[in-house]
Design a protein around this ligand. Structure first.
Ligand SMILES: Cc1cc2nc3c(=O)[nH]c(=O)nc-3n(C[C@H](O)[C@H](O)[C@H](O)COP(=O)(O)OP(=O)(O)OC[C@H]3O[C@@H](n4cnc5c(N)ncnc54)[C@H](O)[C@@H]3O)c2cc1C
Length: 444
């Protein structure tokens, strides 16, 4: 069957690959000149680097299996993570139980309590019981106000910005469960996975395999409109370059992997109730300022910022995971913030952001000097993070849409796990499987 896929991120590429393997004729349309979506990369110092920091966990089963299937296992590197918390002028290591025991911003009893509750959460299975309570309420009640402020809120702010206090405990539970599954015996260290030469290797290999299986990929081809006739999808209208009239491609089946607000822009005349359902899920955007520096900022890979006066919520120093030798001896730091795409700060140019961030970088490392920064890049992702508030499961949009032959698979359907490439792989595989079964006439 001829199948059109909208979006060349991990979900779209995986769905295209799976369907091509099953003998379907797939055509994938990506609006950007490069594939990869939120996992896309750019050139840095003779290699590639993700626009937004990326690693995987040892518990990311589907992603690891896909990497193996594509013959890329040899290119995976598993490296000990260095996670820390920046609190009132000091950087604290925060990986092992011992780090928690030594964490001075909390009293001894609070540290013990945090440890016990963390252990409890790792054993806890029925996340549905945590769905209708915010992490704020749950942690305050079971651990205390101070641990929430110092440890848990920074973690939530690092993903949900101003919405941190509204996030469901089910999401936080899943985060703990997932992170712990990625740790070794006695939780003494956590291993994080990264590909030699960046995850571009995976994107390229997917593109190559889809081509070998007869699929077609069109980067730089924004879908303007999904064509619907008599409540059945019949094709895609692609915006053409240089103001020519849009090009139509006919497909009896379409999988859209774009964020829900984009889906609503390209699909006309959807029923009101369905539109309202999609609008129930809101997204936060991510702003990432990437610094190429002569010197390191800190010794930590992933630093959650606990101080709320900071204008960024995380400092992720790539070269504290992958040594600087991979980047001609330079150091790479991502300064990340999660904001609404409607917030004026979201649109600030890179140099203005650096100027705002400078006094805070000096707080973190008094020796930090603007002259260290050799290059600066700014990347924004409009739909970086669906906002997972209480009872989210009731608002998840289904893969099925009210239009026959039209399916939607995007990050808003990933729950209770934190969205990530592993779950996009899983979603792409699931979409491919469901689409095939439904079109074969199976009732699911
Ligand atoms: C700051 C940040 C850090 C992250 N860190 C990690 C990490 O460490 N580990 C991890 O596993 N995951 C991480 N992720 C998440 C991961 O990148 C995403 O979950 C995953 O890449 C989402 O893939 P997707 O294909 O579902 O969506 P997207 O990547 O958003 O893909 C959708 C695609 O659709 C395209 N598109 C939009 N409109 C149109 C149109 N009209 N026509 C055609 N194409 C269109 C877009 O350009 C995009 O390429 C991170 C994400 C962000 C933002």
């Amino acid at each position: 069957m001829r199948i059109g896929i909208v979006g060349g991120g991990i979900t779209g590429l995986t769905a295209a690959y799976e369907l091509a393997k099953r003998g379907h004729e797939v055509s994938l349309f990506e609006s950007e000149p490069d594939l990869g979506g939120q996992a896309a990369t750019f050139p840095v110092e003779g290699t590639r680097l993700e626009k937004f920091y990326h690693h995987i966990f040892t518990s990311d089963r589907e992603m690891i299996a896909l990497i193996e299937e594509l013959g890329l296992a040899e290119e995976m590197r598993w490296l000990p993570s260095k996670v820390g918390i920046y609190y009132e002028g000091e950087i604290y290591d925060f990986v092992t139980p011992l780090n928690l025991l030594r964490f001075r911003p909390l009293g001894l009893l609070q540290r013990l309590r945090t440890g016990i509750v963390t252990l409890y959460l790792q054993q806890f299975a029925n996340w549905r019981n945590l769905e209708n309570v915010t992490a704020l309420e749950w942690v305050r009640r079971n651990v205390g106000q101070q641990p929430y402020e110092v440890i848990f809120r920074p973690l939530l702010r690092g993903k949900f910005g101003q919405y941190a206090d509204e996030i469901s405990m089910a999401w936080l539970w899943s985060k703990f469960k997932h992170r712990v599954a990625s740790r070794g015996p006695a939780m003494q260290r956590e291993l994080l996975g990264y590909m030699e030469g960046s995850f571009q290797r995976l994107i390229d290999r997917l593109e190559e395999r889809i081509g070998e299986l007869g699929g077609e990929i069109y980067p730089g081809s924004p879908v303007k409109r999904v064509i619907i006739e008599g409540n059945r999808v019949t094709g895609l209208e692609i915006e053409s370059t240089e103001g020519e009239t849009p090009v139509e491609h006919r497909f009896p089946l379409v999988i859209a992997t774009v964020p829900s607000f984009v889906f609503l822009e390209i699909v006309p005349d959807l029923p009101e109730a369905y539109v309202a359902r999609l609008r129930q899920v809101e997204y936060l955007g991510a702003v990432c300022l990437v610094l190429l520096s002569k010197e390191p900022l800190s010794r930590i890979y992933w630093l959650n910022i606990s101080d709320t006066d900071f204008p960024f919520v995380g400092a992720i120093e790539q070269t504290n995971l992958i040594p600087p030798e991979a980047y001609n001896g330079k150091h790479i730091v991502y300064l990340s913030n999660y904001l609404s795409r409607h917030d004026p700060h979201y649109h600030l140019p890179p140099q203005d952001l650096l100027t705002t961030y400078l006094p805070f970088l000096k707080k973190m490392n008094p020796a930090f000097n603007e002259a260290w920064v050799e290059e600066l890049w700014l990347f924004r992702a409009d739909a970086a993070q669906p906002i997972i508030t209480c009872d989210y499961s009731e608002r998840i949009p289904p893969l099925w849409t009210p239009v026959e032959g039209l399916y939607l698979a995007n990050t808003s359907q990933i729950y209770p796990q934190d969205r990530g490439m592993n779950y996009s792989v899983r979603l792409g595989q699931r979409a491919a499987e469901i689409v095939e079964r439904v079109e074969k006439g199976e009732t699911l």
